[in-house]
Design a protein around this ligand. Structure first.
Ligand code: DAH
Length: 351
């Protein structure tokens, strides 16, 4: 075939293509047309493929003509597709497919869970006193949850932390991994990685193998606190916690410390505020005692300091751990801890 006949072949394909395009109706027909001319085996595509077989002096002109034809067809197609789509939308609007006068669906506004709100409030109070906020793992080694906190194997204090073990056995046949029973393991983790001074609070979830009742849940949150430095004394502990109570529960609350036992502190205390419902008179909320316990605390035990490589002759510190839901219950007069995780919107919407 001569160069001229190649070119007239292209022109012919182009004009028949344009004629057919004029006749094509909706989007389906336009697609059929595209396949017939511009598809992989389309008529124009075949011509372009054959260019390789032409003599070099012919290839330039024939190629230019073919490419021009292709661009023209593509442009026409795009225009036709655009107007076909528009008429499709117009048609469905005319049928009333979209009724713009219908009211929309309200999108529900989320809010922070009362536990999260309380954690933030507790942490804010300590941050403003120079503490830093850190978090730790919920799946914990026995070593951090117990051993490094001066609770060796077979220590009776383990009974009060009856917990959920992870199904993993080490080479000694021990089950060393568990869902942490308190946030206290972070005391050891933080000290292991830092030199004093240390001032941290650690909010987080804890787990215990517990039959639930109005004051017990198998899952709950705590905020742990730890301050270690040279010369820290019990009065630092009392002053810090007193200031916390003032900020979170108000200036009129009184604070009480009584001796208590926790293996990782010496001396250990339980920390209570006078009952806000009866101001210490005794009522249902404080079980007639006039006081409400909010946390355990104490001076970090020398064995714990030694365990992380701190010299107890140089450094001392205090620690405390409080139940977040308990603080929220006291602040808001909530009577059943199980409400926190029952996913009942009637409860959650109140915060
Ligand atoms: N970890 C204890 C518990 O869950 C609470 C606690 C008591 C934390 C005394 C402390 C502390 O840091 O010093 O019952």
């Amino acid at each position: 075939m001569s160069q001229q006949s190649h070119i007239s072949d292209i022109e012919q394909i182009e004009s028949s293509a344009l004629r057919e395009l004029d006749a094509a109706g909706g989007l389906d027909e336009l697609e059929q047309w595209r396949i017939a001319y511009l598809g992989r085996r389309g008529r124009l595509t075949q011509v372009l493929r054959r260019l390789g077989g032409l003599a070099p002096e012919e290839r330039g002109r024939v190629g230019a003509a073919a490419n021009r034809a292709k661009a023209a067809l593509e442009q026409q197609l795009a225009e036709r597709e655009r107007s076909a789509r528009k008429s499709q939308i117009d048609a469905s609007l005319a049928e009333g497919a979209i009724d713009v006068t219908l009211p929309g669906w309200p999108s529900p506004a989320g809010g922070l869970h009362p536990t999260t709100q309380t954690i933030r409030e507790i942490c804010d109070a300590f941050v403003s006193m120079g503490f830093e906020v850190m978090e730790g793992p919920e799946v914990e080694w026995d070593r951090y949850n117990f051993e490094m906190l001066n609770i060796p194997k077979h220590h009776p204090a383990r009974d009060s932390f009856n917990t959920l073990w992870i199904d993993y056995t080490d080479s000694d046949g021990e089950r060393p991994m568990l869902l942490r029973t308190h946030t206290s393991p972070m005391q050891a983790r933080v000290m292991e990685n830092r030199r004093p001074p240390v001032r941290v609070v650690v909010p987080g979830k804890c787990y215990r193998y517990e039959a639930t009742d109005p004051t017990h849940e198998w899952h709950f949150s705590q905020v742990e606190g730890l301050a270690v430095d040279r010369g820290i004394t019990m009065s630092d502990l009392k002053g810090t916690l007193q200031e916390f109570v003032r900020r979170v529960f108000g200036p009129e609350r009184r604070v009480r410390f009584r001796c208590d036992y926790f293996p990782f502190v010496e001396p250990g205390v339980d920390w209570a505020i006078d009952c806000f419902a009866c101001a210490g008179e005794g009522c249902r909320i404080c079980s007639d005692s006039g006081w409400i316990e909010i946390a355990g605390a104490g001076m970090v035990h020398p064995n714990v300091l030694k365990g992380v490589g701190y010299d107890p002759a140089v450094y001392t510190g205090f620690a405390f751990g409080m139940g977040v839901e308990r603080v929220a219950m006291l602040k808001h007069g909530i009577e059943d801890v199980r409400l926190f995780y029952a996913n009942d919107l009637r409860f959650l919407r109140q915060f």
